[in-house]
Ligand binder design. Structure first.
Ligand SMILES: Nc1nc2c(c(=O)[nH]1)N[C@H]1C(S)=C(S)[C@@H](COP(=O)(O)O)O[C@H]1N2
Ligand SMILES: [Mo]
Length: 171
């Protein structure tokens, strides 16, 4: 390669790297704002809705118990407050079908895949915002919220997605 070619290649690469960085920053920035405003994105069937705590509560708040298995500790029973995830999908007009996936994405980049069948079960998968009567707290506050997905029938809690900002039905 001659010098001119090297300079052109390096310049093009630099533009691509900066461009990709910018796109990535934009999408993370959006998510950060959604997290700070205690909003959550619900996606599927080609649509996308942003909902807040007030709207979530109005769908049908429930209190339920679930066993939290924090790392390095024995399981502890807690009382959570939240809404059944399938009812949130129903509310925004997204019809969940069987044998598909529901993908949960958190502000720290943690991603969890659920079977849509688990979400469709009664009293199993909830979007929670309180534990033992207290708000879950943000990641910055050392909490597990503002929202955490609780899977009551799960023997382990590694899929209990903390700080969830986007929930997608993968049709
Ligand atoms: N966003 C997010 N959610 C997460 C995790 C995580 O690192 N990030 N860890 C998981 C794991 S491995 C466990 S055991 C539970 C409980 O986490 P805790 O040990 O912080 O209570 O959260 C799960 N949800
Ligand atoms: Mo864990």
């Amino acid at each position: 390669m001659n010098n001119k070619r090297v300079i052109i290649s390096v310049t093009l690469l630099a533009i691509i790297v900066l461009g990709l960085g910018f796109i990535n920053k934009e999408s993370l920035g959006d998510k950060k704002e959604i997290h700070e405003n205690a909003e959550i994105i619900i996606k599927g069937n080609g649509t996308q809705e942003k909902i807040n705590l007030e709207e979530i509560k109005n769908i049908g708040e429930e209190e339920f118990s679930a066993d939290l298995k924090s790392s390095g500790k024995a399981a502890e029973e807690h009382i959570y407050t939240g809404v059944l995830l399938k009812e949130i999908f129903e509310e925004v007009g997204i019809k969940l079908e069987e044998d598909k996936q529901v993908i949960l994405t958190a502000i720290d980049g943690y991603v969890v895949a659920l079977e849509s069948n688990e979400v469709l079960e009664d009293g199993n998968v909830y979007l929670a915002y309180k534990m033992d009567g207290e708000s879950l707290g943000t990641r910055e506050e050392g909490g597990s919220g503002p929202y955490q997905v609780i899977i009551r029938n799960d023997q382990f809690s590694q899929r209990w997605c903390k700080h969830v900002v986007e929930i997608k039905f993968d049709e």
